[in-house]
Design a protein around this ligand. Structure first.
Ligand code: SF4
Ligand code: SF4
Length: 482
């Protein structure tokens, strides 16, 4: 329920019921049967939702410059976002990016309220535009479904429920594979799918678990994801202010609410009887609410700004020949007759911080090296004295291609003079875009070059695109003074 202290006394009307709307007072789940309210917002949301459904499905499959458009490969610590590729060494870059994204969410919420929840969150999009319409198709409209569910267990009820769950399961399998593709890449997913389950039992276990969770969420958990589990709703009170866009009931116009007949309304309009508020207390806005709240009780955390109550109430107002907008997109200030300010200190500060973050991101990204090179000592003896008079050190060069093109590289020695290299494997070494390779190298140092137990070794790595890097590494030798 509402964090009344955080919202402040003026920001909320008293709710008559002080429990979650999705729970009975004894703590049992109250199953929601929100009715569909056709209207201007539902039509717009449906278009947005289907564009997003298609995007969610194809984004992990689409490729840009040979890479997935979106890849969040945490196992290999490789991330691709619309052509940008982040590597394990890009921690700062990713941090700046994430802070920028978080600040953008905060700014959008401060300006437009929970527009993300109502219009583009996958939970809302899939529940309201995929699962619920299918449920209506198979089990009928809400009032029929409610009556059937509360009645005896008939064959009709059984086959409809079974058919619905089979359809839900098929969609859950599709969604779980799409979800996993974001984290492993479509190519890996495809090859696992084509291989025998025994060879990819980890993948099949993962898809089974994710399918189960998706099915549980959309078939059973539903609005509780928004009202109980989602942390974003909890943070709402610190992100919204009196100028934020919210879906709100206009108590100044609607109160005192009263049920009354068309005849009474007509007499009211003629001034024959005392006029009441525009709200006829029909509960259409409550019946359509997917989280079961009554918007007339004021701003509530359970409101996902889905706009269904706006469409429901507009329909009632149309029937009563009253102006639309008793429930509408507005701000708390606007409701009180104060002009909503888009430009206000917090939105300016957020915007400046976002510009700062994305400028820093662009700077770090454009000044990022084309190749990430790391030199280390290979496992084993730090050095060995060879019979031909050389001291050998075994090093490991780790080179990552951070360009979008294929490349090759060769390693040569610069210092100490006379040092020879023996590459383990072939040279030049080939590197695909984004690929990282480890190359082991025997470094053979002339004994006379080691006047003490160590000497600075300098190497040159020459890439096929003309890029040259000269890393250094301390080479070790014996202590001849002992
Ligand atoms: S739909 Fe409109 S008129 Fe009906 S109860 Fe809700 S606010 Fe009042
Ligand atoms: S109160 Fe209105 S906008 Fe908020 S969740 Fe319910 S129907 Fe959607």
């Amino acid at each position: 329920m509402i964090d009344k202290e955080a919202l402040g006394p003026s920001r909320i009307l008293e709710s008559p019921v002080d429990v979650l709307t999705t729970l009975h007072s004894d703590g049992k789940r109250k199953w929601m049967y929100p009715t569909e309210s056709k209207g201007r917002y539902l039509s717009k949301r449906r278009i947005v939702a289907w564009v997003l459904v298609v995007l969610y499905l194809i984004l992990p499959i689409l490729q840009l410059a040979g890479r997935p458009v979106v890849l969040l490969d945490f196992v290999h610590r490789e991330f691709a976002l619309f052509g940008l590729v982040f590597y394990p060494t890009d921690t700062i870059l990713m941090m700046i990016f994430m802070v920028g994204v978080m600040l953008s969410i905060v700014l959008v919420t401060a300006l437009l309220g929970r527009v993300w929840c109502g219009w583009s969150c996958p939970q809302t999009v899939y529940l309201e535009f995929v699962f619920r319409p299918l449920e209506r198709l198979i089990e009928g409209p809400e009032h029929v479904r409610k009556r059937r569910n509360e009645g005896p267990r008939t064959l009709d009820r059984l086959w409809r429920k079974a058919a619905k769950q089979v359809v839900f399961l098929v969609i859950s399998i599709l969604l779980s594979h799409t979800f996993i593709a974001y984290f492993v890449g479509w190519t890996s997913l495809n090859s696992w799918l084509q291989g025998p389950p025994a060879e990819n039992w980890g993948f099949f276990l993962l898809t089974t678990i994710v399918t189960g969770l998706v099915w549980f969420d959309f078939a059973y958990f539903r609005e509780q994801m928004c009202t109980i589990a989602c942390p974003y709703a909890r943070m709402q009170s610190i992100m919204l202010d009196r100028d934020s866009l919210i879906v709100s009931y206009d108590p100044g116009r609607g109160e005192p609410r009263a049920k009354r007949s068309k005849k009474a309304l007509l007499e009211e309009s003629k001034g024959l009887i005392e006029s009441k508020g525009d709200c006829i207390d029909c509960y259409a806005c409550v019946r359509t609410c997917p989280t079961g709240i009554d918007i007339r009780d004021g701003l509530q955390m359970e409101c996902v700004t889905c706009t269904q109550c706006i469409d429901a109430c507009d329909h009632i107002m149309d029937n009563l020949a009253k102006p639309r907008g008793l429930i509408r997109y507005t701000s708390e200030n606007q409701l009180e007759g104060i002009k909503t300010k888009l430009i206000r200190p917090r939105s300016v500060i957020y915007a400046m911080l976002i510009i700062l973050m994305f400028s820093a991101f662009t700077f770090v990204l454009t000044s990022r090296d084309s190749y990430d090179i790391n030199v280390g000592r290979a496992v084993g003896e730090p050095f060995a004295e060879l019979q031909d008079g050389h001291i050998s050190n075994r090093l490991r060069f780790r080179v990552r291609n951070q360009t979008a093109n294929e490349s090759t590289f060769e390693i040569t020695s610069i210092e100490p003079i006379g040092t020879q290299l023996r590459i383990v494997g072939t040279s030049p070494v080939e590197l695909l875009p984004g690929e990282m390779k480890r190359v082991e190298v025997w470094v053979l140092i002339p004994k006379e070059a080691l006047s003490s137990t160590s000497v600075e070794g300098k190497f040159r790595i020459t890439f096929s695109d003309g890029h040259v890097d000269e890393p250094s590494f301390v080479l070790l030798g014996p202590n001849h003074n002992q």
